[in-house]
Design a binder for this molecule. Structure first.
Ligand code: IMP
Ligand code: MG
Length: 179
């Protein structure tokens, strides 16, 4: 798998540092609360697993799965819920956990959808942010790293369902993306 990478953007050690930094901010902001962390499947799963273990807070966890219609590497803007939340979020402090934000379309859909369910608070925590491709202006409350406009894999992020298990964030070689 490592042979398929052109570059390593974040090592496992750098990832761990970012997770600790995000957890420290969340602990300050959610002190005295029991936030519901909602992982957006599947890309957030590895990050969420690390994040909850770094949080010395009572938390609840749920997952949602959304499908964008369209190309392999991008989002078309049409989003459909494939697996909805199990929990009722009315009156809850909800934190959406995302692996990466690119155009922002997925997240803006989720924010609109979740707001109609009347949570007490609603915030977003994304491990990676690629602001260069943003189509929709979004307020992302917690961001691990801003990265350049490259297609990255690892730490839960895939290319055609592969590379999610890489313990680092890497840029795929163009030759791998094209084949
Ligand atoms: P958005 O709706 O364009 O913000 O897309 C977000 C989703 O696109 C993420 O949850 C990922 O599934 C996928 N995505 C965007 N950029 C990348 C990337 O560089 N690597 C892997 N998946 C990506
Ligand atoms: Mg994907």
């Amino acid at each position: 798998m490592l042979d398929d990478l052109a570059e390593i953007l974040l090592t496992p050690e750098e990832i761990a540092t970012e997770v600790e930094r995000l957890a420290a901010r969340l602990v300050r902001d959610y002190e005295g609360q029991t936030p519901l962390l909602v992982g957006v499947l599947k890309g957030s799963a590895v990050f969420l697993a690390d994040l909850v273990r770094a949080l010395p807070l009572p938390v609840a966890v749920d997952f949602i799965s959304v499908a964008g219609y369209g190309a392999e590497r991008s989002t078309s803007g049409v989003v459909r819920i494939r697996k909805d939340l199990d929990e009722n979020i009315e009156g809850r402090d909800v934190l959406i956990v995302e692996g990466i934000i690119d155009t922002g379309l997925t997240l803006s859909y989720l924010l609109r959808n979740f707001r109609t369910r009347q949570p007490r608070s609603l915030r977003v925590c994304a491990f990676l942010d690629k602001p260069a491709q943003r189509i929709i202006d979004l307020q992302v409350d917690y961001v691990g790293r801003r990265i350049p406009d490259r297609f990255v894999v690892g730490y839960g992020l895939d290319y055609r369902e592969r590379y999610r298990n890489l313990p680092l964030i890497g840029v795929l070689k163009a030759s791998v993306l094209d084949r």
